[in-house]
Design a protein around this ligand. Structure first.
Ligand code: SF4
Length: 383
């Protein structure tokens, strides 16, 4: 009997559910994986040195076993969860770890990780919190130092061509992801928010070329779908790290369509390309410092200017309601939350704000609030 080819979305789900499996296979064949936290790590520099960037994720639904002995409890639970998994050996295939200084939790975990887990290579990248000309110049120099330290670890250097090739590969990946997000504009969207999270997380665990091939197949598979017409409330999810499907699946099980996001694992991580015309390091500095819309980078201006990109998402993806999601003790996001809510309400959109402890999300409590929220959107549609 002919073997049935595995669907591309099934493959993404397999990679999502067994994170690290492919990395372990490739490590056994001689590949080196460098783990990183946060979307400010320039993965292109890792790829240019023929190593594989691997986005470290936490474990939603997995109670902590080790972290409480080392980290205070009033600290970002996502960061605590990542460290907990690392202490349990989940990331023992990694040759190194890179952690940008974006928030205090990230900065402090770098020292703890280095001290207790002792990866062969470790690096903290200082990320300026402003976007003046001097900030970009500083950040470019910081990326140059990061490149040199990784070259020293790799035992080889990255040429301009290596960097340009890596930038092209990662830009291709971003373009394919934007193409996939285009398919969410349809009514109903051709791909669910739950499936999108699986694809994104899966892609952060495999080499970029392999992800690009998978993404092409996923896009082709999704385009073939013929969904039954419906008109579920269309939501934008905004906030910090969402690397698990639990909350998105709950929203969709309650009757919503999650059509767009502004979260760290989602559009924030890939929306803006590196401009190759600027040259490798200036292009990377411009893209990572200037192109990522995280509240850890201070941007002056009124909410209407700072969040106008989300206004564009609302218009282009036909968004009817916003779920604002923050992780407990994430000062960075929680300081911005009131202004985000005010901005979205000024666009006439209902907002539901959920604060999460990340490790054990209170799904049953949320269900009631989500159902009431979706009713509000439905009522608004009838007005
Ligand atoms: S969720 Fe907030 S506190 Fe946690 S790592 Fe991200 S920015 Fe830092």
């Amino acid at each position: 009997m002919a073997k049935v080819a595995q669907g591309a979305l099934d493959r993404a789900q397999e990679l999502y559910e067994h994170r690290g499996l492919r990395a372990r296979e490739l490590t056994a064949q001689g590949s080196k994986f460098v783990g990183y936290l946060c979307c400010y790590t320039p993965a292109e520099i890792v790829t240019a040195l023929n190593m594989v960037p691997y986005r470290i994720q936490g474990g939603v639904g997995r109670p902590l076993k080790h972290a409480d002995q080392y980290l205070e409890t009033i600290m970002c639970p996502y960061v605590r969860s990542c460290f907990d998994l690392a202490m349990g050996g989940e990331y023992d295939f990694l040759s190194g770890v890179v952690i940008p200084h974006t928030c205090d939790a990230m900065h402090r975990i770098y020292d703890t990780w280095r001290y207790y887990i002792k990866p062969p290579y470790s690096r903290c990248i200082t990320v300026p919190h402003m976007t003046h000309q001097a900030s970009f110049e500083y950040f470019q120099k910081e990326l140059e130092d990061f490149q040199h330290s990784l070259e020293h670890f790799a035992g080889r250097s990255a040429s301009e061509d290596d960097l340009a090739g890596a930038i092209a590969l990662h830009n291709r990946s971003r373009a394919l992801l934007r193409e996939l997000y285009e398919l969410r504009k349809r009514e109903p969207p051709l791909i669910s928010g739950t499936e999108v999270i699986r694809v994104l997380v899966a892609g952060m665990t495999i080499p970029v070329q392999e992800f690009n091939d998978l993404l092409r197949d996923i896009i082709a598979e999704v385009r073939e779908r013929k969904p039954i017409p419906d008109s579920k409330p269309r939501l934008l999810v905004a906030g910090s790290e969402v690397d698990d499907v639990a909350m998105i699946r709950l929203l969709e099980d309650c009757g919503a369509s999650v059509v767009m996001d502004d979260v760290c694992t989602g559009s924030r991580s890939f929306w803006v390309d590196v401009d190759p015309a600027k040259g490798a390091l200036p292009g990377l500095a411009a893209r990572y410092l200037g192109g990522i819309t995280c509240p850890c980078t201070y941007r002056a201006g009124k909410a209407a200017e700072r969040f106008s990109y989300m206004g564009d998402y609302v218009r282009d993806w036909g968004v009817q309601g916003v779920l604002l999601y923050t992780i407990r003790f994430c000062d960075t996001y929680q300081l911005d939350a009131p202004e985000i809510i005010e901005y979205m309400e000024s666009l006439g959109l209902p907002v539901l704000y959920l604060e999460d402890d990340y490790i054990m999300p209170p799904l049953a409590q949320w269900k009631t609030r989500i159902e009431a929220f979706l009713e509000t959107i439905e009522a608004k549609k009838q007005e």
